[in-house]
Design a protein around this ligand. Structure first.
Ligand SMILES: CC(C)(COP(=O)(O)OP(=O)(O)OC[C@H]1O[C@@H](n2cnc3c(N)ncnc32)[C@H](O)[C@@H]1OP(=O)(O)O)[C@@H](O)C(=O)NCCC(=O)NCCS
Length: 259
């Protein structure tokens, strides 16, 4: 094979044949669940039973969270402006950033980097939280606008523990939660992003794939929101919070002689 060839190890295609990571797509269609096929595509190998159950729970956990998240507001706004479903969903995906869904990636990086230190998780958590507070930075994966305890975190950790996935990253996340509450004097729960970050880290996923889990899951919700907007609402309806006030410059004239 010549050195200048573009190489890929994901899918091999020939006339009448499609093999994902070596497996025939036709066989996969019969034998794999959607989440197993996603695991295979991302990780390169078929999931073991425990990995399969964990992956399914992760992907279900982020499928939708009502109309308030930025991605849903964006999807509905783009659709409401007279655009197609694909443009609306793409608009929603573009909002997935450091504090919405993207916290998985940043949190997983922190857990994987700090988790390598030789100290106990409580010592690591203490140093980490004091560093973040000193630099006035928020620890990704902690805190929630609505939930005091994120029910998705409780369930993901319960499933992970039952499947023997509870490892150093989950322990570190829980130690950070305890330390944040001690240092700030209020509970900042591990949110679903933080929980996914901990679990995928204990499953051996690279933190750089973090956002992918949220995108894959939430796109299903975004398609449903785009479709509901399309069939239920009139175009360019009033979406989002309209309780705003202008506080810019007062009315003024453009000075003459500028041309
Ligand atoms: C999710 C989030 C935006 C919720 O925000 P909120 O409930 O509106 O909380 P507030 O923005 O009112 O924060 C209140 C205070 O709690 C503290 N705080 C909130 N989240 C914090 C975090 N993750 N780490 C450290 N301190 C945090 C801050 O002191 C903040 O005060 P500030 O406004 O002076 O910075 C926020 O917790 C956050 O940014 N978390 C990190 C990103 C993240 O995990 N996003 C995924 C959400 S599912």
């Amino acid at each position: 094979m010549s050195a200048d060839k573009w190489k890929t190890a994901i899918t091999e295609i020939k006339k009448g044949e499609i093999r994902v990571r070596g497996y025939d797509i036709v066989e996969m269609m019969e034998k794999l669940s959607f989440s197993d096929a996603i695991f295979l595509t991302l990780k390169g190998e078929l999931p073991k039973r425990e990995e399969s159950e964990m992956m399914r729970a992760i992907l279900v956990s982020s499928i939708d969270h009502g109309v308030t998240p930025p991605s849903v507001l964006s999807t509905r706004n783009v659709l409401s402006g007279g655009n197609s479903l694909n443009a609306a969903v793409a608009g929603g995906v573009l909002t997935i950033g450091d504090v919405h869904g993207g916290a998985i990636e940043r949190c997983a990086k922190i857990l994987q980097d700090w988790g390598k230190r030789p100290d106990t998780v409580s010592i690591i958590a203490k140093e980490l939280v004091s560093e973040f507070i000193y630099k006035r930075r928020r620890v990704p994966g902690f805190g929630h606008r609505l939930h005091e305890t994120d029910p998705r975190t409780v369930k993901l950790f319960q499933i992970a523990t039952n499947l023997n996935f509870r490892g150093r990253h989950m322990e570190l996340a829980q130690a950070i939660e305890a330390e944040l509450s001690k240092s700030l004097g209020k509970k900042l729960p591990i949110n679903v992003d933080g929980a996914i970050a901990a679990v995928i880290s204990d499953m051996g996923f690279d933190w750089r794939m973090g956002k992918g889990f949220f995108i894959i899951s939430r796109v299903a919700g975004l398609v449903a929101h785009a479709h509901e907007e399309m069939i239920r609402e009139k175009p360019m309806r009033k979406l989002g919070d309209w309780n705003f006030e202008y506080d810019g410059p007062k009315k003024r004239e453009v000075p003459d002689g500028r041309k």
